[in-house]
Design a protein around this ligand. Structure first.
Ligand SMILES: Cc1cc2nc3c(=O)[nH]c(=O)nc-3n(C[C@H](O)[C@H](O)[C@H](O)COP(=O)(O)OP(=O)(O)OC[C@H]3O[C@@H](n4cnc5c(N)ncnc54)[C@H](O)[C@@H]3O)c2cc1C
Length: 571
């Protein structure tokens, strides 16, 4: 391993800075396209054509006056090549090949794979606590302890009342109404989280990764400090994720975020949720399903900015039909605490009193007080670490992945970036994460699934597209009598017949879309969809039987200046 690493460090390194240079720029260019088409999850990383230009300049510069560049790099390296005793440390003298800060989705994946490639790896993580802070976190990170997993468990819990109601039309009756015990739910959920954090620890241990408990801080390009002890490493990986933010308004100390919402001692009878993104809507569904009165306050005129427009309208109607009250165009001004223990959410339009006020208005990278500035690592205006297409920062030995880079803030993306980083740095296989056609879901009731371009993005990029839509009453609703509907949409690039977008809202959507995402990523055509025999009777079969476009949009070919739409009667 040491020899391999040495090879990568010398031959591989020069390969990276020269040979891979162009593909870095290509990677950046292609990512900016992806950035646009995944804007719903992206707050732009800030890594732009400037970085590309900078890289090219650097190449020219290093070719012309390579010795100057080498000298500069040598100085930087030398600073970390000598130990505190002043003795020269050869690369093999580093305590570790990799020290990772943050044991969430991305960090654990990168650490394990680096170790599998033979690297000597340590990972540091804050001690466990249900609510994250500068001092508390836990192995597993946001997804496992305060995000995807606990949220989905609560979503499952909140689906039952709907199932109970549906069952009556199928002949079921109950002597007494089912009762829900919030404490049992939270206790069982926490037991599962404890199990999972244990699983993650054991995965690290089995991979030979040394887990260090405590807050990691970068001291220099090759040194991380945890609880006063310094660990030096050939490579440092920053995978510290992000945390919920609350705007600076009077009374902000009274509000909760998703961290607390997942761990409440009791369920609120009434809750005000501020925000129109996926986290706000998922929690609205959870509390509404479990019996709370839910009011959602959104500054925008619509929910889920960045999603397909028809999906945005459809889900808002579905949630309203279930009793969730939306206050569109209302921004929070203050939060007041009443003597009765309730709170008032004050907006430009008035006041709403509730047991709890939750803010789901955004998340920020955990980059403060991490030693980045001292080490010379560049961050953008939003505090996200800037990286190249390989997740390398401007400091050669420091890498960053996951939410802290604010590219596509999803668990599977952090995993992909972690794996790519390990391959690049330790597997002798430079690998760029691939951001095209990332499927994602919103676990509302009914859930949403989406992959590829929205209609507006597709028109912008391709000009000529065919749009297939279908809205129908799912079979189960025929007997349950509940007023639910399913919506499906397929977007096809008209010239090549390639399916470039799929958006759905209805039962089992995330499970269905995961399968179709493979076909769409593989570049299958609408004709190939049409030749696929459906599974009957399912809702998903509709996705291979939509024959007549709802509309054909010909912006490019007709060159009329205006967008021309041709409505076609649907089957
Ligand atoms: C409510 C909610 C629901 C979500 N639902 C989904 C979903 O359904 N699907 C999906 O794909 N994504 C979802 N996400 C997003 C997903 O959780 C994140 O994208 C993912 O966890 C990012 O992984 P990461 O490795 O970048 O960071 P994290 O998982 O956040 O891990 C970072 C780790 O670093 C630790 N840390 C921070 N600072 C330090 C330090 N100085 N020293 C040591 N350790 C430190 C933290 O304690 C944390 O454990 C959700 C997020 C939230 C908040």
């Amino acid at each position: 391993m040491k020899e391999d690493l040495g090879g990568l460090e010398t031959k591989g390194r020069s390969k990276m800075s020269v040979g891979v240079g162009m593909s870095k720029c290509v990677g950046v260019a292609s990512r900016s396209l992806v950035t646009r088409h995944h804007s719903r999850f992206l707050l732009h990383s800030g890594f732009s054509s400037n970085s590309c230009a900078m890289h090219l300049n650097q190449q020219v510069w290093s070719t012309k006056i390579g010795f100057v560049r080498l000298k500069k790099l040598d100085v930087a390296r030398a600073m970390s090549t000598f130990g505190e005793d002043g003795a020269r440390k050869e690369p093999s003298d580093f305590d570790y090949d990799l020290v990772t800060i943050g044991a969430g989705s991305g960090g654990v994946r990168a650490a394990r794979f680096a170790a599998q490639y033979g690297a000597k790896v340590a990972i540091c993580e804050l001690p466990f606590a249900p609510i994250s802070s500068d001092e508390a976190g836990g192995v597993g990170g946001t997804c496992v302890l305060r995000g995807c997993v606990p949220k989905k468990l609560l979503v499952y819990a909140s689906n039952f009342p709907h199932d109970f109601e549906s069952s009556r039309g199928f002949g079921w009756s109950f002597e007494t109404e089912p009762k829900h015990d919030w404490k049992t739910l939270i206790t069982n959920k926490n037991a599962e989280l404890n199990r999972l954090t244990g699983v993650y620890k054991s995965l690290l241990e089995k991979s030979g990764v040394n887990l260090i408990e405590g807050r990691g801080k970068i001291v220099d390009a090759h040194t991380v400090e945890v609880k006063g002890k310094k660990y030096n490493a050939k490579h440092i990986l920053v995978s510290v994720g992000g945390r919920a933010t609350v705007p600076d308004i009077p009374g902000k100390e009274h509000v909760i975020t998703s961290d607390e919402a997942l761990n409440l001692p009791e369920r609120p009878n009434k809750i005000c949720i501020v925000g129109g993104g996926y986290i706000a809507l998922e929690f609205a569904g959870i509390f509404n399903g479990l019996g709370s009165e839910v009011h959602v306050f959104i500054r925008q005129p619509k929910v889920l900015r960045g999603f397909d427009e028809e999906i945005r309208d459809f889900i808002a109607q579905q949630l309203q039909a279930q009793g969730i009250v939306f206050h569109f165009g209302e921004s929070p001004i203050a939060v007041e605490k009443n003597s009765s223990g309730t709170f008032n959410l004050v907006t430009g339009a008035g006041k709403e009193e509730a047991d709890l006020v939750m803010f789901a208005t955004g998340r920020a990278p955990n980059t403060s007080n991490l030693g980045l500035e001292e080490a010379g690592v560049k961050v953008n205006k939003k505090g996200a670490i800037e990286v190249d297409a390989f997740s390398r920062t401007n400091v050669d030995s420091i890498w960053a992945i996951g939410d802290v880079t604010n590219r596509v803030n999803l668990t599977p993306v952090a995993l992909m970036e972690g794996m790519a980083m390990a391959k690049t740095a330790f597997g002798n296989e430079p690998t760029e994460p691939d951001y095209s056609y990332i499927a994602s879901a919103v676990f509302t009731q009914p859930p949403i699934g989406t992959v590829g371009y929205t209609e507006d993005e597709a028109i912008e990029k391709f000009g000529d597209i065919d749009v297939y839509t279908s809205t129908f009453r799912p079979m189960k609703a025929t007997l349950s009598g509940l007023p639910e509907k399913t919506f499906m949409k397929i977007i096809v690039e008209a010239t090549g017949d390639k399916v470039i977008g799929m958006h759905m809202c209805g039962d089992e959507t995330p499970e269905i879309l995961q399968g179709f995402a493979v076909a769409i990523k593989a570049g299958l055509t609408k004709k190939q969809f049409d030749t696929t025999v459906g599974i009957h009777p399912t809702a998903a079969e509709e996705l291979v039987t939509m024959r007549t476009p709802t509309r054909k949009i010909r912006k490019k070919s007709e060159q009329t200046g205006a967008r021309k739409e041709e409505a076609v009667s649907s089957v």
